[in-house]
Structure formats: C-alpha cells, structure tokens
Design a protein around this ligand. Structure first.
Ligand code: ADP
Length: 668
C-alpha cells in the first residue's frame, strides 16, 4: 500500500503517540467485529471545530489538546465555515481483514487523512478539489484504507476544510464489500447517465425531424443536467476530468446558471406562457439576466453559491408557472407540475440533509437524482406526446388533403367526361351541320351554275335582237323626218342602249365564274392610263383633272382582264358622279406587305349614308342623277372576290368618295 511520503511527519514527541496508542487517547476504540456490514461511525467520532482554521496536526495530536475533542453523536454541521477535525479510533478483531474508511460526500472540498502507522503519522489527501492521482483510492467519495497497529487498533485524524456543507456520514467497510458497493453505485449512476443520454438522443432525433428549436433548448437542459450531476456526484471528477478538479467547481456551478437560461425560454414555449399569464412570462424572462449575473459572480469568485441560489429560486418560479398555467386551462402543465414536484422534493430533501434537518441516507442523497431523471423523462415524453400530436395532425391534414384531392380529381374527371360528351355531341351536330351545309352548298352551287347558264343563254339570246333593235333605231333616225316620230325613235334607241348595257353586264358576270384566271405581271401605269383613256367618251371627261400616284418597283401578278374591269369601273363611276367645281379623280397604287392597295378618290357627289351599305348589291342605284344599270359595283365586287381581295368605300354625301381595293398578288 502506498502512502504519500511528502507529508510524512516525523514526530518530535514520539511519547505522545505512545500515549495515544496505549489508550490514553480518549474514548475506547470502535470494534470492527463484523466484515459483512457497513459500520456507520458518526456517533463514535470525536470532533474538534477549528474556528481559527489554523490548528496543525502537531497541535492536534498533543495529549493536552485532546480535551478539545468532543463526541457529539452525529456529524451534522450544515454550512459550517470553520475546518473540522475528526478523531476516529477503531479496532479490528481479525487482523487479516482490510477495512476502508469512507466519507461518501463528494462535495467535501479538502479532506486530509492522518493515520498513525507504528510511531509515524502518514498523510493521505482526498477531496472534491483534489486531483485523483494524489488520492490513495480513486473514488467519488473520500476513502482511506485503514492501517492497524500490532494491537489491532487504527487511529486516524481527518481534517475537513472548505466552504461546502459539512454534513456527512463516516463509514467503515470491508474492502471487498466496499468494491461491491462501488459497483452498485456505478450501475446506479450508469443507469442515471444512460437515461440522460437516451433522452438526449431521443430529443435530438425529434429535433432533427421537426426542426423545432424547443427540442434543441431541451437538449441543452439535458446537457446541463448531465454536467450538474456528473460534477455533484463525483463521477465527472472520477472519470471525465480526474486531473482537473477545478472543473468540479465550474462544470457544476456554471451549468446551474446555464440551465437557468435555457429552462425559462423552454418553459415559455412549452407552456405557451405568454398566452396564459403575462406576469409569469415576465418573471421567467427576468431569470435570464439573473442567470448571467450568477455566472459572473461564480466566475469572479464573488459568490460561488450563486448558481445554487438561482436554481432554488428558478425551480419555485417554474413550479408557480406550471400551476398558474394549469389553473388557466393549460393541460400540458400537468406534466410540467409533476416533473418539477419530484425535482423540488428531491432538492428540498438535499437542502434539508445538508443543513442537518434530515439524516444522510439514500433518499436524502439520491432523490434529487431520481427527480432529475423523472423530470427529464416526463418532459421528454410530454415533448414526444406533442411530437406525436403534431405528426397525427400532419397526417390527418395530409389525409384530408388527399381526400380533397381525390374528390377534386373525381369531380374533374366527371366534368371532363361531361364536357367530352358535350363536345362529342357538339362535334356530331357540327358534322351533321357541316354535312348539311356541304349538301346545301352543292345544291346552291348547282343552282348558281344553272342560273349562270340560264343568264348566259338568255343574255346571248337577247343580245342579237337588242343589237338588231339598236341597228334599226340607228337607221330609222336617219330616215324619219317627222319630229315626234324622231323623238320616239331616239327614246327607243336610248332604251335599247340601256338594255344592251344590261345584257353586256350580265354576259360579263356569267363569264366571271367560268373563265380560268390567267396571271400576268401588272404594269399599273399602263393599265390606269388605258382605263382613263377609254373613258374619254363619257360626259364631263374633259372637265376632270386626273392624278395618279403609283409606287415604283411594284411586282404584282394578277388576272389582267378582271383588274382592268375593276379599275375601269371605279374610274368611270368617279367621272360619272363628279362634282360641279374643279372635279378631280386621283388613283393611288401602293404595296402593303403582300397586298396591293388601289385607291380611287374623287370629290364628286358622294353617296348618302343610308345607301352606302347597299351599293354593292345587284341593280342597286343610289341616285338617278346619271344613267346606269346598278350592275357595275356588283360585278366589281364579284371580280374582287374572284381575285380573293376586298373592297371598302368611304364617302360623304356632297364631298366625294374613295374606293379602296386590296388584292393579293397571285401565286401559282
Ligand atoms: P350605276 O350603273 O348606277 O353606276 P353602280 O353599281 O356602278 O351602278 O353604282 C351603284 C350606285 O353607287 C350608283 O347608282 C351611284 O349612286 C353610286 N356610286 C357609285 N360610284 C359612285 C361615285 N364615285 N360617286 C358617287 N356615287 C357613286
């Protein structure tokens, strides 16, 4: 067994030790007679409270000092600031048995064991703020293997210093039993930290799937809980940071403040506190600056218990918040209250134990840990419950959406079917109508052809007698001298001429549908000049000023005879219906993309608006001022149609008219 030798103290007064060993050391030693049980020695211990914090071992072991040691019957000192000296004397009945002295209170900051071996005092260090490598037995609590002298008596002084609460038991356990107990403790804490780990991952995966910061906050509280308990239980010091005991101070205490940052926010969200109580909402928020302040006090060392005070206060705030929210109808608060009640009871038990009201036992030590685990699990399940609800709501919403979609699809399908049926019916009807139209068109075409043929035959049959009648009238005019008879003959000649005009018009009309179209390049200059020239015989011709504006480089192909007839007719009408003052006729030809536009403008009589829509009808005349048959514009329109063009007219009665013909160039 190794003893640290640096503190090995060689005593000047060996005499004192001899005196101690021979029973003048006060009370009789505690008899360790049963190795199967745990011996609790609290009542068998002599205590000296060193309020000066300056008494040394040399002074302590002096026989004269022994009177300062007193047997109190317990080791409940609460938040005692002074250092404590304990004197323990035990006797074993079987020298072969190895006994361990244990103080199962990890939080005791500095524990120094002094053990008498023969005539020498050996020092062994332990304590919350001591490295594990300097400890004789690395454990969460503070352990000293007892050494018995030849008289089977072990004498130990323990000095306990530091500001942590000084309430603890002192146990003596047989070595194997001690290790067995350690194993059970390890298992217990293994389960404890294991559950925290499971809860960590459980919430972590929910967080990953929901991406709600609430779960992240809760994960942070789990991490803090882990740090608080791993440092408080001594397991952090034993396994995680054995050579950095300073972390025992910071990990635990800073986590206490850190958790007071996460938990109020989590509570606000978890219980939707703002909706239930504005006051509690602000009280919870006020914990945040307090947590920051507590952290500063801890770091600067101003008030190392700031974290503990804050957690006591905030636990009450959480509890009150839970109750207020529950009263106001928040059912989730049930979970919350249950979780915090257990935690609160555990915390209360611990505080009462530390201050000496309750004994140091399993429940006062571990209930807070059980509370922490239950709180973590209950809240995690509440969160899980919420997750399930959310998922259910989502699934239901998806289901409803699916049903709606199905319904919409069905309706759409029905509509499509209905419309398709309607369409097919309409199509059917259309086809029938088309068929009827086709038949009607055939009939009309046939009838038109018959009519054309009839017109043609009649016109040709009439042409001969009318020409003869004209010839006879001409001859008769030369022979007849009687004025009245001459007048009649002249009238008859005029009528025959008119009849001849009509017949010529009708013959031209019938020719329109029957002749094949022959295309040729049109020279508009030449064509228009010829048209003007062949109108010379018309009355008023000489009074009229003719103008033409023809766009150069027009490449246009059309049926010459029809085009000639169209332009001729328009020019003739402009002359025929010219006005009395400076009459003019202006012909303009220009190209507009694939079309040629021919305008024939005059400043003549114009057409009254009520006649304008009818002038293209057969035999329609809008005036009796000049002679005419009412066939000209009708034939012209038919000719324009034949050339696949259009004709428009703008006219103002008394001011003049403009006829616009648009024709496409003929292609093969
Ligand atoms: P008509 O043999 O009477 O000239 P048209 O078919 O050529 O027959 O013309 C129909 C009617 O349109 C004419 O009676 C006339 O009133 C009117 N009209 C045609 N061209 C002109 C024009 N340039 N100015 C005034 N009126 C016109």
């Amino acid at each position: 067994m190794h003893f640290s030798s640096d503190r090995k103290i060689s005593l000047i007064a060996i005499v004192f030790s001899l005196l101690l060993a021979t029973g003048s050391f006060g009370q009789a030693p505690y008899l360790l007679n049963d190795s199967t049980i745990i011996h609790r020695l609290d009542s068998q211990i002599d205590v000296f409270i060193d309020s000066t914090n300056s008494v040394s071992l040399e002074q302590i072991i002096k026989p004269g000092f022994q009177k300062h040691f007193q047997r109190r019957g317990d080791l409940i000192f609460g938040y005692l600031k002074s250092s404590l000296w304990l004197k323990i004397k035990t006797k074993t009945i079987s020298p072969g048995t190895r006994w361990y002295l244990e103080i199962p209170a990890p939080f005791l900051e500095y524990v120094d064991f002094y053990q008498l071996e023969g005539t020498q005092w050996y020092h062994s260090a332990a304590g919350y703020y001591r490295k594990h490598s300097v400890k004789e037995v690395s454990h969460t609590g503070h352990v000293l293997p007892l050494q018995f002298n030849t008289d089977s008596i072990s004498t130990v002084y323990i000095q306990i210093t530091g500001s942590s609460p000084k309430t603890f038991p002192i146990l003596v356990i047989e070595k194997e039993k001690f290790h067995e107990q350690v194993r059970w403790e390890d298992v217990g804490y293994g389960i404890f930290f294991g559950i925290l780990l499971v809860m960590f991952f459980y919430n972590f995966f929910i967080y990953l799937s929901l991406n709600q910061s609430n779960y992240l906050l809760y994960i942070c509280t789990i991490v803090c809980t882990f740090l608080i308990f791993s440092s408080a239980s001594g397991y952090g010091g034993k396994f995680l940071w054995p050579e950095h005991p300073v972390l025992n101070f910071y990990a635990g205490r800073l986590s206490l403040s850190a958790i007071t940052i996460f938990l109020p926010i989590f509570t606000i969200r978890f219980l939707e506190v703002k909706n239930y109580s504005k006051v509690m909402y602000y009280v919870l928020l006020s914990l945040l600056p307090l947590a920051v302040l507590a952290s500063l006090l801890i770091i600067t060392g101003t008030l190392s218990s700031a974290g503990n005070n804050l957690i006591s206060l905030s636990t009450l705030v959480y509890m009150t918040t839970g109750i207020v929210c529950r009263i106001k109808g928040n059912k989730t608060a049930n979970y919350f209250i249950a979780a915090w009640t257990i935690y609160l009871v555990g915390g209360l038990l611990l505080t009462l134990r530390n201050s000496g009201v309750f004994d140091f036992n399993f429940w006062t030590t571990h209930f807070v840990e059980i509370g922490a685990i239950m709180e973590t699990v209950i809240i995690a399940f509440a969160l899980g419950d919420r997750y399930r609800k959310l998922r259910k709501e989502k699934e239901e919403a998806q289901h409803v959406a699916l049903l709606l979609q199905q319904d919409a699809t069905e309706k759409l399908e029905m509509k499509v079917k209905e419309r398709t049926e309607q369409l097919s019916m309409a199509n059917h009807e259309l086809n029938a109508t088309l068929e009827t139209n086709r038949l009607q068109t055939n009939i009309i075409e046939k009838k038109n052809a018959e009519l054309d043929a009839f017109f043609y035959r009649i016109s040709h049959d009439l042409k001969g007698p009318v020409s003869t009648s004209l010839g006879l009238s001409f001859l008769a005019r030369k022979e007849i001298k009687d004025e009245l008879a001459l007048e009649y003959i002249i009238k008859q000649q005029h009528l025959s001429e008119r009849l001849n005009h009509i017949i010529t018009g009708l013959i031209n009309l019938t020719k329109l549908s029957h002749t094949d179209l022959k295309k040729e390049k049109i020279d508009f200059n030449k064509l228009i000049d010829e048209c003007i020239d062949s109108s010379r015989s018309l009355t008023h011709f000489n009074e009229i000023t003719f103008t033409k504006e023809i766009q150069s480089d027009i490449e246009f192909y059309s049926e010459w005879t029809l085009l000639n007839a169209i332009i001729q007719n328009l020019i003739e009408n402009s002359i025929k219906y010219c006005g009395p003052v400076t009459p003019f006729v202006k012909v303009t030809v220009q190209l507009a993309s694939d079309w040629v536009m021919i305008d024939v403008e005059d400043n003549g009589q114009g057409i009254p608006s009520e006649h304008q829509s009818k002038i293209f009808e057969m035999f329609y005349r809008a005036t009796q001022n000049a002679s005419g048959t009412g066939l000209g514009l009708y034939i012209l329109k038919r000719s324009v149609d034949r050339l696949k063009g259009t004709i428009e007219m703008k006219s103002k009665f008394g001011s003049g008219s403009t006829f616009t013909v648009k024709l496409p160039s003929m292609i093969d």
